[in-house]
Design a protein around this ligand. Structure first.
Ligand code: F6R
Length: 613
């Protein structure tokens, strides 16, 4: 949700800020802007509705800017429509203060009314603009003091950046709530961004801002404090990701590259977590969530949003099957208002790629308030979730730039599988041999996915046949019901085709009425306890003349007979099959979106990290 970039150093900030913004565009892309302090000490800027490319053209064709201190923003609109006027940076009346902001200022209407009464003139409909005017109203020769006084008046979750030619040697940033900010440390230059990949090209040394913190960056360093001015220490983190991770590497889109990274990601996710006896070893990573604590829990609640929620849902089936504990699922936006029944005997598992999703963080706060133990399953190191959870299992997916989650989904499901195996072994709820066989089976997943990636062209052929469909139904059962949900979500979000994921047994209770020759049905029929039931459900679809496409195990000719087309997949343990079965569905969504000329990596109306409620 909005990307922030800041630079102060010895180089021209404009190309650096624009380059970093391009890597943050996945966070929002309805308008963009930049401000710099030029050689004469003036605060100047340019902004434009639309993609970052428009701003770049504007700068090239008529409004060139240069200056060694710069602040940029790419927006995902919350308050005020996408327009030049509402694009950030936003300024005060004097034109000497520029502010960029990610998040929502909840009390902006009251603040704005007071400022209007005092004669301030507003040029946008945003909540952000009040910040610039408040700083102006508090300024009395000390910019930092004015920012601090302003922060004390703001309510909401936000990250913000302030630049002013009152103090051209510094940039000021603050964070409150689930709006990430990292400070990259260079030689005589400093970088600030909403996410690590944006500045990875320039430095791999960074500090991560936490809630309620403010940082002042100058050419030679940074000073971290709380809002009241108490100085804080912070370890510098050395980022292990390489730059290639944030580049397309010859693929047409990030999403396709990330789909193709999945075999490597799974290897990485498994690495060091299964011993030579095929026992899962997570105790060290789980730290305070000790074996004793895990033996004592009486129920599990799983929460998250979107794709992360569906990965959690696979986990629900795994935990029920292997650990035999009651497991509840609720999307985080409902969990937080739905009076969740969790207590000191419960383990709440929060799933989130970014670890910054506002609803998920709030759900965790509620669970912790009820004394539940909280386990985070998360991709981003140092994220909000990883700090508030009692323990975090990292998914090790590396940076995911495509807005549609792919590699992080399979890595989340893989971590869930490892955790279910670990917990089942601790609680002795499933025979050890069975657990070891599943753990051993996980090692085959990378090769299985490799095979499927080789069949990408076959998936594209099917994509050509159904690309004009108005509606597609995805059917699955048991552990592959979430696969159906996730397959449908991918198609919706990047190809803009209406799609529904359904528990196949529910078809005849309503959705079957939708079927006709124009509504393709995609069913997951791989081996396991529901294969035959799935076949019957697909026969029912076929009887209504719906084109039927299935995901089935190599050689399953019986299944092939109910289908117009088969995506063949290798056979793995049923509990591991969601990791394999999702691959053709990811590819299908990708190819349809690409054939239809959609913006695969930055689908309309979406943002990668949703830091507003
Ligand atoms: C779908 C997608 C979203 C996210 C959801 C949660 O492809 O990317 O549905 O899964 O916004 O995001 P995280 O995992 O960052 O909490």
């Amino acid at each position: 949700m909005c990307g922030i970039v800041g630079y102060i150093g010895k180089r021209d900030s404009v190309p650096i800020v624009l380059d970093a913004l391009a890597r943050l565009e996945y966070r929002g892309y309805d308008s963009a802007g930049i401000a710099v302090i030029d050689a004469q000490g003036n605060l100047v800027g340019s902004k434009s509705e639309g993609r970052l490319g428009r701003l770049v053209e504007r700068l090239r064709d008529g409004e060139p800017l240069a200056g060694s201190v710069g602040l940029g923003h790419t927006r995902w609109a919350t308050h005020g429509k996408p327009s030049d006027a509402n694009a950030h940076p936003l300024g005060d009346c004097s034109g000497r203060i520029a502010v960029v902001h990610n998040g929502i200022i909840e009390n902006y209407a009251t603040l704005r009314a007071h400022l209007l009464e005092r004669g301030h003139v507003f040029t946008s409909e945003t909540d952000t603009e009040v910040i610039a005017h408040l700083i102006e109203s508090h300024y009395n020769g000390d910019l930092l003091a004015a920012v601090r006084a302003t922060l004390r008046e703001l309510r909401g979750a936000y990250a913000l950046g302030v630049m002013s030619n009152y103090d051209p040697e510094h940039l000021i940033f603050a964070r409150n709530g689930a709006s990430p900010l990292v400070v990259g440390i260079g030689e005589g230059e400093m970088f600030v961004a909403s996410d690590t990949p944006a500045i990875l090209k320039y430095t791999k040394r960074e500090i991560i801002l936490q809630e309620g913190e403010l940082v002042v960056v100058g050419r030679d360093g940074w000073k971290l404090s709380d809002y009241d001015g108490k100085e804080l220490e912070r370890d510098v983190v050395q980022i292990a990701w390489d730059m290639g991770a944030a580049e397309k590497g010859g693929f047409k889109h990030f999403m396709l590259k990330e789909i193709f990274e999945q075999p490597r990601v799974i290897k990485e996710t498994l690495s060091g977590r299964i011993d030579d006896l095929n026992q899962v070893t997570l105790a060290a990573e789980l730290g305070d969530v000790t074996p004793e604590r895990l033996r004592a829990i009486g129920k599990i609640a799983i929460t998250g949003c979107g794709t992360a929620y569906y990965a959690g849902m696979v986990g629900m089936y795994l935990l029920r099957s292997l650990v035999h504990l009651p497991v509840e699922m609720e999307v985080a936006s409902e969990f937080r208002y739905g009076d969740p029944v969790v207590d000191g005997n419960a383990l709440t598992i929060a799933m989130s790629q970014s670890g910054e999703t506002a609803d998920t963080i709030e759900a965790v706060r509620i669970a912790k308030g009820a004394h539940s133990t909280v386990l985070g399953i998360c991709n981003a190191l140092g994220s909000h979730l990883s700090r508030v959870a009692d323990a975090t299992l990292f998914t090790r997916g590396g940076p995911e730039i495509g807005v549609a989650a792919t590699k992080t989904y399979v890595s989340q499901v893989t971590v869930m599988t490892l955790f279910a195996l670990y917990l089942a072994a601790l609680r002795q709820s499933t025979p050890v041999d069975r657990l070891r066989a599943i753990a051993d089976g996980t090692k085959l997943l990378p090769a299985a996915i490799d095979l499927l990636l080789n069949a990408s062209d076959d998936v594209r052929r099917v994509a050509k046949q159904i690309r004009k469909a108005q509606s597609v139904l995805f059917l699955g059962r048991y552990v592959n019901f979430p696969t159906a949900l996730e397959g449908a979500l991918k198609l919706k979000e990047i190809a803009y085709i209406h799609a529904e994921g359904y528990a196949a047994g529910e078809m005849k209770h309503g959705p079957i009425a939708l079927l006709d020759p124009a509504v393709p049905v995609i069913g997951i029929v791989t081996d396991g306890r529901v294969r035959e039931k799935m076949l019957s459900n697909l026969m029912e679809s076929r009887a209504r003349e719906a084109p039927v496409i299935i995901v089935a195990n190599y050689g399953d000719e019986e299944a092939a007979q109910v289908a117009d087309h088969v995506f063949w997949v290798p056979k793995v343990d049923e509990l591991l099959s969601p990791v394999v079965n999702i691959i053709p569905l990811q590819l299908l969504a990708y190819h349809i979106a690409d054939l239809e000329g959609k913006d695969v990596d930055q689908p309309r109306n979406l943002a990668k990290t949703v830091t507003v409620e």
